[in-house]
Design a protein around this ligand. Structure first.
Ligand SMILES: Nc1ncnc2c1ncn2[C@@H]1O[C@H](COP(=O)(O)OP(=O)(O)OP(=O)(O)O)[C@@H](O)[C@H]1O
Ligand SMILES: [Mg+2]
Length: 233
């Protein structure tokens, strides 16, 4: 008899004995004995400047090296992958929104949204272009042909979010997505991120100083000197 297993795409994060040190520094940058985030959960990572928020995001996305078996996504140890395999894994699974957007000047908003995809494919199917337009539209960004350097920071943030979501990642990771936005735009971006993550059934991990943003997510951890001081849900 054959059993048919209904494979669901899940992305569970499991951190165990994560310890990141730098030479000539006794204290680790990050020391997390055990932490788990289930698929679809929304987490805020709080903590003062220098507490390790960005280091944690970099560690779980494979952007900095970590010892084997300390960061697992659905039992995949991304730090055992080759650099190009890890890049491909990140592209396939994670929508990354970095602190300073990392948009490419000289290109339009739409071209920026499509750029990571175009690095990996010879041609861009119409359906992908349509998704790019639709994501921008969903965020009330109606100027896909404008050069990114002419955009406001709130508009740039929308472009960065659309770019992160283009490939339908199962996990959205954002580093200080409301930093340097005014309160109104901060609230708009917060609502957009949450709504898009919910609609697309993504996990959402956000490093932030913005308590309003943190309060709007279901789970919070607070980092201090690279350690989780408390969890709150
Ligand atoms: N490659 C590195 N070598 C040495 N120290 C580093 C390195 N990367 C980060 N650090 C240090 O690790 C600590 C945590 O930095 P991190 O950028 O993760 O903090 P953060 O919580 O994101 O701060 P912020 O809120 O200002 O963005 C800081 O003291 C930083 O100087
Ligand atoms: Mg940071």
């Amino acid at each position: 008899m054959r059993f048919f297993v209904n494979y669901r795409i899940v992305m569970q994060l499991h951190i165990q004995q994560l310890n990141i040190t730098v030479p000539n520094q006794e204290k680790p940058l990050l020391s997390i004995p055990d932490f788990q985030l289930n698929s679809g959960e929304h987490l805020a990572i709080l903590g003062p400047s220098g507490s390790g928020k960005t280091t944690l995001l970099n560690a779980i996305t494979g952007l900095i090296p970590v010892s084997p078996n300390q960061v697992l996504w659905d039992n995949t140890d991304i730090h055992q992958l080759s650099a190009s395999q890890c890049d491909n894994w990140r592209f396939a699974h994670i929508g990354l929104i970095m602190q300073n957007f990392h948009l490419t000047t000289g290109l339009t908003a739409l071209e920026n949204v499509l750029l990571p995809y175009s690095f990996r494919h010879w041609t861009i199917p119409t359906a992908v272009k349509q998704r790019a337009y639709a994501l921008l539209e969903k965020m009330d960004f109606l100027a896909p042909d404008r050069l990114v350097e002419s955009l406001s920071r709130g508009e740039m943030q929308r472009v960065a979010i659309a770019r992160a979501l283009l490939s339908k990642p199962k996990v959205i990771i954002a580093d200080e997505p409301t930093a340097s936005l005014d309160q109104k735009n901060g609230q708009i971006i917060t609502a957009l991120l949450k709504d898009l993550a919910t609609q697309e059934k993504c996990s959402l991990l956000v490093a932030t100083h913005d308590l309003r943003l943190a309060d709007s997510l279901a789970l919070r951890i607070y980092l201090q000197d690279g350690q989780i001081q408390y969890k709150d849900d």
